[in-house]
Ligand binder design. Structure first.
Ligand code: GTP
Ligand code: MG
Length: 197
């Protein structure tokens, strides 16, 4: 799927400017700076496709990518960025929450978690909201290159355990490194399963 055409399609700053839900859709959600945009670039093998940066709060809109005419991949703005202004946080909450709970065609939310930090209270808030809205989500541990193997296994097991009883959580947690290109094929396969044939 990702070896084919992947095109940036549009940025949406409001629910009204989202494209019509003509294709199945998956999105990358997570705290600011967890590596959402970098993971889109790594998956698609295109460096500057999604804008990644060291400055938390880089992605401000819902960025739509059309993957081979078979799926929309959406890069969301991050949450939990302490330095964001109150009005920005309010905007994130209104737009992204409305999107996450009500978007037609949204097949799965990939909730990215920095493997160094594990699940944070703001992640739990998002999971609770998705459980309540019955929107399936799958956790993806990012930046695994930053941990030693033993540490990573510990975080992985702890994370796996914490989602076990969550109703809308997809049972297997993924591990990725955009830097080292680890875990990308498994994630590509999960996403490809949700695309049009
Ligand atoms: P927002 O748009 O602000 O929410 O951030 P984001 O989640 O899109 O994060 P982004 O992809 O911009 O990456 C944030 C920082 O983490 C950048 O400096 C990346 O280079 C770095 N980063 C992302 N993925 C990895 C990874 O797999 N390994 C390492 N070591 N660094 C990474
Ligand atoms: Mg981003």
């Amino acid at each position: 799927l990702f070896a084919r055409d992947v095109d940036f399609m549009r940025s949406a700053v409001s629910l009204e400017t989202l494209p019509p839900p003509d294709l199945p859709e998956v999105c990358f959600a997570g705290r600011s700076n967890v590596g959402k945009s970098s993971l889109i670039n790594a998956l698609t093998n295109r460096k500057g496709l999604a804008r990644a940066s060291n400055t938390p709060g880089r992605t401000r809109e819902l960025n739509y990518f059309n993957v081979d005419g078979r799926l929309f991949l959406v890069d969301l703005p991050g949450f939990g960025y302490a330095k964001a202004s109150k009005s920005d946080i309010a905007r994130w909450q209104i737009l992204t929450k409305a999107y996450l709970r009500g978007r037609a065609g949204l097949r799965r939310v990939f909730l990215l978690i920095d493997s160094r930090h594990g699940i944070k209270p703001s992640d739990i808030e998002v999971m609770e909201m998705l459980d309540e809205a019955a929107v399936t989500y799958q956790l993806v541990l990012t930046k695994t290159d930053k941990l030693k193997k033993g540490q990573l296994e510990k975080v992985y097991k702890a994370t796996q355990k914490r989602i076990k009883k969550r109703p809308a959580a997809y049972p297997n947690v993924m591990k990725t490194s955009s830097e080292k290109k680890d875990g990308l094929d498994s994630l590509r396969a999960e996403i490809a399963d949700l695309a049009l044939p």
